[in-house]
Design a protein around this ligand. Structure first.
Ligand SMILES: Cc1cc2nc3c(=O)[nH]c(=O)nc-3n(C[C@H](O)[C@H](O)[C@H](O)COP(=O)(O)O)c2cc1C
Length: 215
């Protein structure tokens, strides 16, 4: 198995710089907010792919990267997803599947069972967790901390896309000075291959997949 080397300890910052660095990160993170209204305006596929790549930089249990991202732009598939999601959410909100306490907690957010935005947004990113992996020989192997790992990846991805319009200007690109860490065991360069009928697959090692049936 290929060895994974963590990044070395970099020269410690001065005390005052540590605080400034921590404050800058906090201020950046504090610009992220949930957005519950969506535009149907086209978004370049490349931008969404970068969001997925940002997600794939997440730390994960035993570095297994136990996720699959499926990128959907096909109108019919989006409609199917909306119908399925609304059917489940209707059971949650109206069918009593969510206990009253939970529904009460959701009230201030104003969410309900309807999900029209699943058809409005130009892209949907469907995220699957890989509860186990499969070797090339078809044998199963364990993944670890799957939900935690996938949750962190989703958080990174959402932070990339959702908060952009609200971000203050960042000044000179000092924030990317930190040493970059390899984010998969075979190197960080994901390879895109485009198969016939508009199905593009982001092949391993990043284990992401895109399905773009022509509308
Ligand atoms: C695990 C998790 C599940 C969430 N589920 C929903 C959801 O189903 N619908 C929704 O509109 N927001 C959902 N949110 C977003 C939270 O409501 C939101 O993060 C919280 O209200 C704080 O608002 P902010 O993101 O603007 O800081 C979820 C967030 C997390 C972390």
């Amino acid at each position: 198995m290929e060895r994974y080397d963590p990044i070395p300890l970099v020269a410690p910052l001065r005390q005052s710089d540590i605080v400034a660095a921590a404050k800058a990160v906090y201020e950046e993170m504090d610009t992220r907010r949930s957005v519950r209204t969506f535009s149907d305006e086209a978004v370049p596929r490349e931008a969404v792919v970068y969001a997925i790549r940002a997600a794939s930089t997440a730390q994960s249990g035993a570095h297994r990267q136990p996720w699959t991202f499926v990128l959907v732009r096909d109108a019919e598939t989006k409609r199917d997803i909306r119908v399925a999601a609304e059917s489940e959410e209707r059971k949650n909100y109206q069918g009593g599947r969510l206990p009253p306490e939970w529904r009460q907690a959701l009230e201030p957010l104003g969410t309900d069972w309807t999900k029209p935005f699943l058809e409005t947004a130009p892209w949907l990113v469907v995220v699957f967790e890989q509860r186990y992996g499969v070797t090339e020989d078809g044998d199963r192997f364990h993944n670890y901390y799957v939900k935690e790992s996938v949750g962190i990846a989703c958080g990174l991805s959402g932070g990339t896309v959702v908060s952009q319009p609200w971000r203050p200007s960042r000044g000179p690109s000092g924030s990317s000075r930190a040493p970059r860490c390899r984010h998969n065991s075979k190197g960080s360069s994901a390879r895109w291959s485009t198969a016939p009928s508009s199905v593009a697959v982001l092949s391993p090692p990043s284990r992401s997949l895109e399905v773009c049936r022509p509308a």
